[in-house]
Ligand binder design. Sequence first.
Ligand SMILES: [Zn+2]
Length: 103
Amino acid sequence: MDADGCVLDVGRTARRATRRQRRAILTRYTHCMVDHCPMPAHLCQIDHITNWSDGGTTDLDNLGPTCQFHNRDRYRNPAHYQLHQVGKNRWGFTYTSPRNQRN
Ligand SMILES: [Zn+2]
């Protein structure tokens, strides 16, 4: 719940983040979740860390900001992104180039 007592986790009942969830996410993140991406969080889309199509929930701990490019690229090429935790309640993705994976 947020400070007004509104529920912030909606599980599988809704795919899109609510306005209150977006506001809460913007207090956690300053930029796109992908390492070194300069896109400010307020200009990003709210993305599911575990994709909705893979059973991910629309809960705060499974949501974060990604720019449009990284949102689409991560969905199309999930093997190129490695998830890591940042602090207590934030996540980040490290892009791993396919060229680096051949070594
Ligand atoms: Zn990005």
